[in-house]
Design a binder for this molecule. Structure first.
Ligand SMILES: [Fe+2]
Length: 242
């Protein structure tokens, strides 16, 4: 077994467990100092710069940059392989997020019966970046995480993923963090789990990592279906445009 000690600050995670479970109108949580400092700084230093290897995702409802691991299938679901274009610390983080220890801890944290890593990708927003508020609504057995790797974020600045109560009302934001330096947000998918990213006006880069944990069984497959969220949303967008 690979040694994954001193990577995640589990004490800080479990401190937020009760709060996560009691949030209304859907479960979400926010953890500061999510990764152990030394490990975080190495990941921060080696966060890939946005270049041609990133996918520029520009749609009616969002503008962001995405960089996936190479071991991903046509449905957008992550495999178990490393990707040498990321450094060893990043590959180690991915292996840990895929490990039973990590997933079991988030089952305990959330009370949600997740069993497997489904998506794992870097998502970055530059000036002009945004994502309209939306709800995935694919089932309650999915946890959606964003880990932030952005220093010197100013209080009140847009760019973090916010939680809201109404997708048609941008006044309905109930939570938006401004410390994006080694922090993590997680929410449980469901009919009320609305979220988005406000339009970024400053010349900054919101560096982030998105991953999802979901319930999976070899008999019935993924609880929310056999495609990644990103793939599904792209299809929906294409249909809307037609
Ligand atoms: Fe989303």
């Amino acid at each position: 077994m690979e040694d994954f000690s001193n990577l995640v600050n589990w004490e800080k995670v479990f401190d937020q467990s009760e709060k996560f479970k009691k949030q209304e109108p859907f479960n979400f949580g926010y953890v500061e100092n999510f990764l152990e400092k030394e490990f975080y700084e190495k990941l921060y230093e080696n966060y890939p710069k946005i270049d041609d290897s990133w996918l520029e995702s520009f749609h009616i409802n969002k503008y962001m940059f995405v960089k996936t691991w190479s071991d991903v299938d046509e449905k957008g679901i992550i495999g178990e392989g490393d990707d040498p274009s990321f450094n060893e610390d990043w590959n180690k983080l991915k292996r840990y997020v895929q490990s039973e220890e990590f997933i079991e801890n988030f089952r305990k944290f959330s009370g949600v019966p997740v069993t497997k890593l489904k998506e794992f990708k870097l998502i970055a927003y530059k000036k002009g970046g945004f994502q309209m508020p939306h709800i995935h609504h694919e089932g309650g057995n999915t946890l959606i995480f964003t880990v932030f790797f952005a220093k010197n974020w100013e209080k009140g600045d847009p760019g973090a993923t916010y939680m809201c109560t109404d997708v048609d009302d941008d006044e309905s934001i109930i939570f938006e963090p401004y410390n994006l330096d080694n922090t993590m947000e997680v929410f449980q998918d469901g009919p009320k789990a609305a979220h988005g990213v406000r339009y970024i006006t400053k010349d900054v880069v919101r560096q982030g990592l998105l991953f999802t944990l979901e319930q999976y069984s070899s008999e019935t497959g993924w609880s929310a279906g056999d495609q990644s969220t990103t793939k599904k949303k792209r299809e929906t967008t294409a249909i809307e445009i037609e």
